[in-house]
Design a protein around this ligand. Sequence first.
Ligand code: KG4
Ligand code: ZN
Length: 352
Amino acid sequence: MLILGIETSCDETGVALFDTQAGLLSHALFSQIAIHADYGGVVPELASRDHVRKLLPLCDQVLSDAGRTRTDLEGIAYTAGPGLIGALMVGGAVAHALGFALDIPVLGVHHMEGHLLAPMLEDNPPAFPFVALLVSGGHTQLVRVDGIGEYQMLGESVDDAAGEAFDKTAKMLGLDYPGGPRVAALAEKGTSGRYRFPRPMTDRPGLDFSFSGLKTFTLNTVNAEKKSANGLSDQTRADIALAFETAAVETLVIKCRRALEQTGCDRLVIAGGVSANSRLRASLEKMAEKRRAHVFYARPEFCTDNGAMIAYAGAQRLKAGQRDGERIVAVPRWPMNQLPSLTEVRLSGLID
Ligand code: KG4
Ligand code: ZN
């Protein structure tokens, strides 16, 4: 089954072509970073307008890259949420219009399920069950995954998401949007041991996260250094970036270790933009090695938003018979454990 995947939930227009037999055939991405950089964050209306400009040309590009045409398509998957409502509507409208014109099934996909399944696009994909750490700009969640749509929430952030904490730290340090990769690059130049930042909520049991205290601690440190005799020097900025990154990563590692212990799983999947972070990957691998567990993640370009993950997740569900009705689905907030399992999808097809 040849599926076109469309991602437009935020500031990247991502498109991909996935074949359920041959795998990923092509993918393309347009990042809006330059459009939003002057504003220090995503401007929703500008995001929607640019998706309108880029989406159809990117669809044509992935088709021609794979030597296919629109009439070869057998299904279309688009991100239905969570995300910015205007941006989601662009992807949903294009997907439904194409699906209607070509008379093929269309399905709205959950963005975080897309992230969660992205490591399946790599060689040696993880087998079920596994524990997944989802770390993006809007989410920090630990999930037990027994199959597609079989998600048990183990813990999540009670305030800021991990990526959000990286982005806010970047702003405090005078770095451009998006901050995560820039904080990580600056931390490379830092000297360890100069500061010790808190590891929030690690001193008590449980798998929830909180990053707002760490953010405030970072802000207070930056402000104190600004007032000091030397001011906020380049080395101090790098030392703060490293202290922040080390604290955030260690917090995530502690909770992942607990989640593996609690569930008895020996496979850990990390997904979402922050899973591209090399310190996080290395620290989790070190922890996993001690437990004889394995860590799985996608190539960096499939950790951040992309069309391939939506094509993959949509293909699994479309193949099982799941599809939208005639309405475009766009859901800004959408808990992932509301999704049906593939068994439920197949059974409801039999009942219909
Ligand atoms: O998954 P994603 O592309 O979009 C959302 O669904 O939110 O994640 C974006 C987030 C941003 O907060 C970005 O700063 C962070 O992922 N990020 C990183 C890295 N690359 C992206 N954070 C830390 N280190 C990185 N290398
Ligand atoms: Zn995302």
